[in-house]
Design a protein around this ligand. Structure first.
Ligand code: NAD
Length: 481
């Protein structure tokens, strides 16, 4: 028997959890359920994280968690519990299979069978945001090599285990050459270790367009956090209903399983909700804990109900569906078909050895890191960049002002008067000639510049050092430079 932590959640959470537990128990799962409370009531009791210490203890002890959707109260500084859990428990991989059940569930994409594997811990979701001037706020996009390696290796291992043919990488490295560039570079490196699996790479905009239009050309997609968040909802929606997809959040020691939809307060308590998303999550959970026999029984009984046209309201379509049922009746229909196999939809069997053996991360040998200069960000309300440049030249100090940009566009030297400028200026100082500084510029010039800036009343809001790594520039050029 395996003990699994569960939370009934908010809105439709309790009713779909009851339905799912009834099905899973009827399938003979060798599981003991340990219930915790998370979500709205916990938030409203004054706990801004939405989870108590006792609940954390249960999840960390059992390591496996089935979570119904929760409601995050509006305003009041409540932190997203999902993001907190993913990051605190190191659940680096989010896996969302999105399959169409044509012709039994209406969809324009009869052949869709896509798995989206999304990085879950970093990118713009690092949650590092700052207001720097009256007019400009910033969110830091952090992409790490270990973060990329873990998620991309996970995607290839998953593809191999599930006999998938292709892994596609979604990035925007034509614009974000360093962050998305790193993700893409690691993708190419890891892909070379899996010659049995085909690969391709897509710029996120056209990739998302093709996913929405011709999802059948994709198999497994691996991508970073924000892109994955967006495309996985698109994929679930076009497969038939957001009520149909489950997801797994996997870490090195813990795992959390949930439906992809929210707490649907509009239909809560009305016995209308589709429990399938949470049921799919439970099937992934059973696979994760090695109970493939139970997972297969549930999946096949569910497929039988679907192909017999027993549908909840979100899936119901006159002429396709046979019967529109409520949450509980749908669960009863699945239970009644336990042990049966679908006649038209493909019968499911799950890989026996589900546990993914992730290779350990090995840090590469340190590169030669050389300081080339510094970008100083200045809050300045003026308009004419020549004026700002004249003032900044007072800071020249072994390194010299070489460029000013505004929102990334070069405005000095030789800027265009058409360029719209805010109060946020990036001012680049570099060593005058690289040959004079083969070992890089002296780091002490930076604090000295800061002191001078204070003396000259220049409002520096942030610094970024400019480094070269093994001779490779580690920073972007200005637009127009
Ligand atoms: P939602 O997913 O709850 O609902 C969107 C629409 O889909 C609604 O019309 C709803 O009725 C329908 N729907 C959702 N699940 C369904 C199901 N199982 N069966 C039938 N129809 C279903 O999204 P929302 O309205 O934007 O969010 C509501 C609340 O859920 C918010 O408080 C949000 O913060 C929270 N939320 C929680 C999670 C989570 O816990 N993982 C995820 C997303 C949203």
């Amino acid at each position: 028997m395996k003990t699994v932590t569960i939370a009934r959640g908010d809105g439709i959470g309790p009713e779909i959890m009851d339905a799912v537990l009834a099905i899973v128990n009827a399938a003979g799962a060798r599981v003991v359920w340990e219930e915790i409370e998370i979500g709205e009531q916990v938030y409203l009791s004054g706990n801004t994280s939405g989870i108590t210490k006792g609940a954390w203890d249960s999840i960390r002890r059992n390591k496996v968690f089935l979570k119904a959707p929760i409601t995050t109260p509006q305003g009041g500084g409540y932190k997203s519990l999902n993001v907190t859990m993913r990051k605190s428990l190191g659940l680096f991989a989010n896996i969302r299979p999105c399959v169409s059940y044509h012709p039994f569930v209406a969809t324009r994409h009869p052949d869709m069978d896509v798995v989206i594997i999304r990085e879950n811990e970093e990118d713009l979701y690092a949650g590092i945001e700052h207001q720097q001037t009256d007019e400009v706020v910033q969110c830091l996009k952090l992409i790490s090599r270990p973060g990329c390696e873990k998620i991309i290796r996970y995607a290839f291992e998953y593809a191999r285990l599930y006999k998938r043919k292709k892994v596609s990488c979604f990035i925007k490295d034509n614009i974000m050459k360093h962050t998305d560039g790193l993700f893409h570079e690691v993708f190419r490196e890891v892909a070379a270790l899996y010659p049995d699996i085909a690969t391709d790479s897509w710029i996120i905009d056209i990739g998302a367009a093709r996913l929405a239009d011709t999802p059948e050309i994709f198999d497994v997609i691996v991508t970073s956090n924000l892109y994955g968040d967006v495309i996985s909802d698109i994929a679930a929606q076009i497969s038939g209903s957001v009520g149909l997809a489950g997801s797994a959040n996997i870490g090195a020691s813990c795992a959390m399983f949930e439906a992809i939809h929210g707490s649907a307060p509009d239909i809560a308590g009305k016995d209308k909700a589709n429990p399938s998303g949470l049921l799919k999550a439970a099937v992934m959970l059973l696979n994760h804990i090695g109970q493939q026999d139970v997972a297969e029984r549930i999946e096949n009984a569910w497929l039988c109900a679907i192909e017999e046209g027993i549908h909840t309201a979100d899936m119901y379509k006159a002429g396709v569906s046979q019967e529109c049922v409520g949450t509980q009746a749908f669960a009863d229909a699945v239970i009644a078909r336990m042990g049966q196999l679908p006649q038209q939809l493909e019968k499911q069997t799950f890989a026996k050895d589900f546990t993914l053996k992730m290779p350990e991360y090995h840090r590469k040998a340190a590169t030669k890191k050389i300081l080339k200069g510094v970008d100083i960000f200045v809050d300045w309300k003026g308009k004419n960049a020549d004026e700002l440049a004249a003032s900044l030249k007072q800071l020249n100090n072994g390194i010299e002002l070489t460029m000013i940009t505004n929102r990334g566009v070069k405005v000095w030297p030789d800027g265009f008067e058409e360029t719209f400028c805010t109060d946020h200026w990036r001012c680049r100082f570099e060593g005058p000639s690289p040959s004079d500084y083969p070992e890089g510029v002296d780091k002490r010039c930076i604090p000295q510049m800061l002191e001078k800036a204070v003396a000259h009343d220049i409002d520096i809001i942030k610094l970024e050092n400019l480094y070269e790594f093994d001779g490779k520039r580690g920073y972007s050029l200005g637009q127009g430079q």
